[in-house]
Design a protein around this ligand. Structure first.
Ligand code: SAH
Length: 221
């Protein structure tokens, strides 16, 4: 049993190395910190019902409750584009499996993550604690309002498709802070908003497909 487990961890490590080489570095991700995190985090532990091949494949994977763990490249690209730094405090909306939170926690000082679905939130918290992460704080609820009590954040990652940028999240960006997230209904475009003082500058990125950001906050202003 033990030998079998070691053999499968060996296989996972090989598949992970291949994933980084072909899907991440092999595309356009250059940040050493992101490449190191992607090579380190055991993605298969976030996808316990998948084969190792599927866990390290070039796709998003189902995690139950109609939700998904994002494609490895998208996680790497968003972390790279948001330019997560070692001293940064990161807020993530949409914990899901916890995979993006783990990647961010490998790089940043501290990660705050909010998940709407209580079952997923509990599973992610258990998983990340078992994996030994001590710099991630977990919250259950609607992330539309962010977490004002711990603001400001150097980086905010939205990992669910939002019809528009939630105002409260922009307000919780630190000076020089970056928010990255998918905006749009069915197909979404990644957007980056950088705050400089009172100025907010928006950049448009690649098209992506995330599960929807579900909140009464949209359109209720
Ligand atoms: N970051 C995740 C992928 C997230 S999928 C990972 O790495 O696995 C999107 C997640 O956003 C889903 O789990 C969904 O339940 C959650 N979500 C949707 N609307 C939300 C909201 N208003 N607040 C917080 N989480 C939300």
């Amino acid at each position: 049993m033990k030998r079998q487990r070691e053999a499968s961890e060996d296989t996972a490590a090989k598949l992970r190395e291949h994933m980084v080489r072909t899907q991440i570095a092999g595309r356009d991700v250059r940040s050493p910190a992101v490449l190191k995190a992607m090579g380190h985090v055991p993605r298969h532990r976030f996808l316990p019902n998948d084969s190792l091949e599927n866990a390290y494949g070039d796709h998003a994977r189902p995690i139950g409750n109609g939700q998904t763990c994002s494609q490895p490249y998208i996680v790497a690209h968003m972390s790279d584009w948001a330019d997560i730094g070692t001293e940064d405090r990161v807020l993530e909306i949409g914990t899901g499996s916890g995979y993006q939170a783990a990647i961010a926690a490998e790089i940043a000082h501290e990660v705050f993550t909010i998940e709407l679905n209580a079952t997923l939130a509990r599973a992610a918290q258990n998983r990340l604690q078992k994996l030994g992460y001590t710099n991630i704080r977990f919250f259950t609820g609607d992330g539309y309002q962010g977490l004002a009590q711990f603001a400001p954040y150097d980086v905010i990652l939205i990992t669910a498709g939002a019809p528009e940028l939630p105002e409260p999240l922009l307000e919780q960006l630190a000076d020089n802070g970056r928010l990255v997230g998918p905006i749009g209904e069915e197909a979404q475009q990644l957007m980056k908003v950088r705050r400089t003082g009172a100025r907010f500058e928006t950049e448009h990125g690649i098209y992506v497909r995330f599960v929807p950001f579900v909140s009464n906050g949209f359109g209720s202003a």
